[in-house]
Design a protein around this ligand. Structure first.
Ligand code: SAH
Length: 358
């Protein structure tokens, strides 16, 4: 039996065979629009509630939950049915409630400074495993309404394209989240960005750039060797033209590596023609990359340089650093398995199952 949020409408109808036809819609709307567990669907007869509760166990089993920032940030560690582990982070802000979801257990992109990248790839998450992270966060956020979903947890969303897009559609169509409040973040997988440009839903796109010259980016973000900056820029321009959405560029400021005046000038040359907004955060420490984030005054100077060069830039506050819930720190320790992915970890390109060329 698939996980609750992996069921299609047809599979749900088959599961409810023998019940009145309207039950299927009731349960579907209970799961999605009302975000209920079957046991809480009080419009169903008690016996059916019980049957469904047993037939549709959650895909995410809570291993731990930690809070930080005075209760404003919650991080869950989940075990999946095969023992793989992923993390989800819920963040309360004054004007919005945002959940950061994982799209893969581990990641094959091998970005040097990222804890998930340091851990390697285990497997893609299913559509239902991604949607269930949003469902759990929705319940936890109440009485506030969960408003935003960022696909910025563990994994590379565009390397798991079909399942991630399936989740996007479900969140929008069935759970009522606005496409404008959904953000896909990518390391810059060009075929995936191009494919995104053909979709009907205009979600936000964020590109994790971190370097705007190919020599440095080849090192920090190895997939750049396959999809260099010029190709990423062209795909992003295509996406902006097709979707009408403003592009975001993520830039983790690394002390002495990408935080100097010349780096700001290169970034400005990349961002300005795309009309992109730059989000700056000081690098968060991770075990495998012994370099620290830029000090606050250098972060501000970098922002000021970008603004002087005509680029919109915001400094992002780090959330959850003391519980390892901050950007790049998600590293759910998973019992190792030897898979095709683990073996070919040095060649992330081979692992882009989800991305079709066009
Ligand atoms: N693979 C996607 C989704 C992960 S998002 C992507 O790369 O965009 C996680 C974000 O945190 C990315 O922008 C990533 O580059 C950034 N990040 C990774 N490690 C970090 C660290 N140690 N400090 C700050 N940001 C980091």
């Amino acid at each position: 039996m698939p996980a609750p949020y992996d069921l299609t409408r047809e599979q749900l109808a088959a599961l409810l065979d023998g019940e009145p036809a309207y039950r299927s819609r009731q349960v579907w709307e209970g799961l999605h629009a009302r975000v209920q567990r079957p046991e809480d669907m009080t419009e169903l007869p008690a016996a059916l509630r019980e049957t469904l509760e047993a037939a549709l166990p959650p895909a995410l089993r809570e291993i731990s939950r930690r809070t930080a920032d005075g209760g404003q940030t919650t991080k869950w560690l989940w075990a999946l049915d095969d023992g793989a582990r992923v993390e989800t982070v819920l963040m309360h802000y004054a004007d919005r409630v945002t959940v950061c979801v994982s799209t893969q257990a581990g990641c094959a992109m091998a970005c040097q400074f990222c804890a998930t990248g340091q851990a390697g790839f285990r497997r893609h998450l299913t559509e239902g495993e991604i949607v269930e992270q949003v469902a759990v966060a929705t319940l936890e956020a109440r009485p506030r309404r969960l408003s935003n979903v960022v696909f910025m947890g563990m994994g590379e969303p565009l390397a798991n394209y079909d399942r991630v897009w399936g989740a996007v559609v479900r969140l929008h169509r069935d759970m009522g989240l606005s496409a404008r409040h959904l953000t896909l973040s990518t390391v810059g997988l060009v075929p995936g960005i191009r494919r995104l440009a053909t979709e009907a839903l205009p979600v936000n796109l964020a590109v994790s750039l971190h370097a705007a010259n190919d020599a440095l980016r080849d090192e920090l973000v190895p997939i750049n060797r396959r999809y260099p900056l010029a190709a990423v820029a062209a795909a992003c321009a295509e996406y902006v033209a097709a979707s009408g959405r403003r592009l975001s560029i993520e830039w983790a400021l690394i002390d002495g590596v990408n935080d100097r005046g010349g780096d700001a000038a290169e970034l400005a040359d990349f961002a300005r023609p795309l009309g992109a907004h730059v989000n700056l955060i000081p690098l968060n420490p991770t075990p495998g990359y012994p370099v620290v984030g830029s000090p606050p005054d250098r972060v501000r100077r970098f922002r000021d340089q970008l603004v002087a060069l005509g680029v919109n830039a915001t400094i992002r506050a780090t959330r959850g650093a003391d519980i390892d819930a901050a950007c790049g720190q998600l590293a759910a320790a998973t019992p190792p398995v030897v898979t095709e992915a683990a073996v070919s970890g040095s060649d992330p390109v081979r692992l882009l199952h989800g991305v079709r060329g066009r």
